[in-house]
Design a protein around this ligand. Structure first.
Ligand SMILES: NC(=O)c1ccc[n+]([C@@H]2O[C@H](COP(=O)([O-])OP(=O)(O)OC[C@H]3O[C@@H](n4cnc5c(N)ncnc54)[C@H](OP(=O)(O)O)[C@@H]3O)[C@@H](O)[C@H]2O)c1
Length: 286
């Protein structure tokens, strides 16, 4: 059994995150669950008897409050799993003025990680991003991260999952030497509540197909299988068992199937734009 760790998992009220929370808790780690729905988050926390926090990533005030609560409650965080996310519907701007997919899937976890950075550095933490296959992600435009031009829910989702990989690359470049080990991964196609709110015809069709038990079994993994890489990356040793800064699929460091995901300048540019967008909420730091 691995060393016991403090593991914060976002998107832990359902799907892959909830499955990871169950496994890591069963393996003796101190798991902290974070969800959006208060009821669902309370239910999983009560099942496991662990601490829980609620934050809606469409509200950056919630993310700031969450970071403050976690910083106060946990002097040590060994693993932060940035797993919350989804594919949404018609183009919506959040109360903060950003496109919803971009904010929920990239900007909010970026802010949370930045606001936890001192604790993460002091803990020599692993920071994990649940990304996806980014094979079909279109060109990322740093001047249009909100998709003001040509919005499409699936494109916005693909862009945000590419941003998860680029964020990992730049987090690694900036902070690995100071103790942070970052990784992103593709969990495979997993039978969860994913895409249940979307109005995208493609994603609705995919969900319709997945509602057939035979297709579901043949094409999709279970949430527990989808959680495997969070559990493995959280429990194993970065630099020995896995390569910090890398993108993983089925426990193997893989080359994302999209050249943009390998573009270090794009990763730097995304970090810079994200900081500019969040300037009022971020402390000054190198
Ligand atoms: N399922 C797949 O095939 C697949 C494939 C590739 C990548 N992924 C990625 O895997 C991650 C987990 O998805 P899943 O498949 O487990 O889907 P899921 O069952 O729908 O779970 C999504 C989680 O994200 C949370 N969430 C959604 N919107 C949020 C918001 N506005 N603020 C805070 N939290 C929010 C949900 O909270 P509530 O339940 O409390 O609302 C839930 O805990 C996502 O990042 C997704 O992009 C999934």
């Amino acid at each position: 059994m691995s060393e016991k760790k403090v593991v914060v998992i976002t998107g832990a009220s359902d799907g892959i995150g909830a499955a990871a929370a169950r496994r890591l808790h069963a393996n003796g780690h101190t798991v902290v669950v974070v969800g959006r729905s208060p009821e669902k988050t309370r239910t999983i926390a009560a099942e496991l008897g662990v601490d829980s926090y609620v934050a809606d990533y469409t509200r950056l005030d919630d993310v700031e409050r969450l970071a403050g609560e976690l910083n106060s409650a946990y002097p040590r965080i060994d693993v932060l799993a940035n797993n919350a996310g989804g594919v949404f519907g018609t183009r919506t701007k959040t109360v903060d003025g950003f496109e919803k997919t971009f904010q929920v899937n990239h900007l909010a976890p970026f802010l949370l990680t930045r606001l936890l950075l001192d604790t993460l550095l002091a803990s020599r933490a692993s920071v994990l991003q649940t990304s996806s296959t980014v094979r079909f992600a279109k060109k990322l435009d740093l001047d249009d991260l909100d998709h003001d031009r040509n919005y499409d829910p699936v494109h916005a989702y693909g862009a945000s999952k590419l941003e998860n990989i680029l964020f990992t690359t730049e987090l690694h470049r900036r902070y690995h030497a100071r103790g942070i080990s970052a990784a992103s991964f593709y969990p495979g196609n997993v039978a969860t509540n994913f895409a249940s709110d979307t109005t995208s015809p493609i994603m609705r069709f995919v969900r319709f197909l997945a509602s057939n038990p035979l297709i579901r079994r043949a094409m999709l993994s279970t949430p527990d299988q989808g959680a495997d890489q969070i559990v493995w990356l959280a429990e194993s040793v970065p630099g020995i068992d896995w390569q910090p800064g890398a993108y993983y699929y089925k426990r193997r460091a893989s080359k994302p199937r999209n050249p943009q995901a390998l573009d270090a300048d794009l990763a730097r540019g995304l970090w810079k734009r994200s900081e500019e967008m969040l300037a009022k909420r971020l402390p000054d730091r190198a």
